[in-house]
Write a protein that binds this ligand. Structure first.
Ligand SMILES: *Cc1c(COP(=O)(O)O)cnc(C)c1O
Length: 384
């Protein structure tokens, strides 16, 4: 089965459902009748532990990564919380720069107090990373690619080859790429993590998270973590995600097309200093991106050649690009990483990373491209 077909058919067969309903029912039930004490009908006893809507979505999402297992959660951060619950006091996590601000916050403001040691090297070469692995003996390597918001590409095959040599669990936050654009498990990663709030849901109307893996032992630990930490989703949210993911292939094709046009338009605009989009031939890692990604997403960042106050004003005067957190929905959004997604990261560190006050991030939606370009053109004309 090809990707677009799996997104629609994997996980649910109408013929197997009692009524033949073409779309899965929503099992809004907190608890389930048992056949006898200790014996469930189909493995369901209580919805914090499991629910048929979780299972349907898990089958679909696992199939999109050609993986054996998926566990769904209340949000991306809920998923990470359950994943962290598999660690113990004194365990070490190396996270490469470009991770989500909320990931950074969870480790530095909560998990460190419980004795998880968080190591976040800013700049590193592969050999420096190997030295760090030898010296620190971490349990995990966690990274994102493309990175947020600078769209740097990290070489998944190269990094996971190294983690294997040191028996380190490799975890890739695949939220930005989506399962349509990138399959980290096939490049050697042990674990794929998504905020399904973004491209998987695709309509900015639901939160969700998922961990995908081929590791059976880890799958059991994640199911245990979900019910024990209480980071379960709701049946209705899973149903919304099951509905949203059906159009993932179609949406990603349009996100990619629109983002490339926006990137090309902005790249030659006099008020633009630099465009960060891995799909552009001018992106320094375009070749690596082509090698490890099946296609590109709708995310790009732009360094404007305008005074910062003008940029801040410009952010709220777009017609179609709404100033908001989040990404990956059908509608276009714009954000200011320095004061929004990355405000949690200390300013010195932010600047060191290249996240300047003049950097603006766009989540290009699937509206008509002529409307989006006209909006950018008109809004840019207002400021100098
Ligand atoms: C949004 C996001 C998360 C967190 O997911 P939530 O669903 O908001 O909890 C993690 N990683 C990335 C890259 C994200 O964009």
């Amino acid at each position: 089965m090809k990707f677009a077909t799996k997104a629609i058919h994997a996980g649910y067969q109408p013929a197997e459902e009692k009524t033949g309903a073409i779309m899965p029912p929503i099992y809004m039930s907190s608890t389930f009748a048992l056949d006898s004490p200790g014996h469930t009908k189909n493995g369901f006893d209580y919805s914090r532990a499991n629910n048929p809507n979780f299972t349907i979505l898990e089958k679909t999402l696992a199939s999109l990564e050609d993986a054996s297992y998926a566990t769904v959660f209340s949000s991306g951060i809920g998923a990470l919380t359950a994943l962290i619950s598999t660690l113990s006091q004194g365990d070490k996590v190396v996270a490469l720069n470009g991770i989500y601000g909320g990931t950074y916050r969870l480790f530095t403001q909560v998990m460190e107090r419980f004795g998880i040691i968080f190591i976040n090297p800013l700049h590193f070469t592969l050999s420096q990373l190997e030295e760090l692995f030898i010296k620190e003996k971490p349990q995990w390597l966690l990274f994102e690619t493309p990175t947020n918001p600078l769209m740097k590409i990290l070489d998944i095959a190269e990094l996971t080859k190294l983690t294997k040599n040191y028996s380190i669990l490799s975890i890739v936050d695949n939220t930005f790429a989506s399962p349509y654009c990138q399959s980290p498990l096939k490049l050697g990663a042990d674990v794929v993590w998504h905020s399904s709030t973004k491209y998987i849901g695709g309509h900015s109307d639901v939160l969700g998270g998922v961990i995908v893996t081929n590791n059976e032992q880890l799958k059991h630990k994640l199911d245990f973590g979900r019910k024990t930490m209480g980071t379960n989703p709701s049946p209705f949210d899973c149903w919304l995600l099951t509905r949203g993911v059906k159009t993932l292939a179609l949406r990603m094709q349009q996100h990619q097309k629109n983002a490339l046009e926006v990137a090309r338009f902005l790249e030659k605009h006099p008020k633009v200093k630099r465009v960060y989009y891995p799909g552009l031939e001018s992106h320094p890692q375009h070749q690596l991106a082509l090698k490890q990604m099946h296609s590109f997403n709708g995310m790009l960042s732009v360094e404007f050649n305008l005074p910062t106050e003008q940029i801040l004003k410009m952010l709220s005067t777009f017609h179609y690009f709404t100033l908001a957190e989040s990404l990956g929905g059908i509608e276009s959004l714009v954000s200011h990483p320095a004061t929004m997604t990355h405000a949690i990261i200390p300013q010195k560190m932010r600047e060191n990373l290249g996240i300047t006050d003049n950097l603006v991030r766009f989540s290009v939606g699937i509206e008509a491209i002529s409307d989006l370009i006209a909006d950018l053109e008109q809004n840019l004309n207002r400021y100098s």
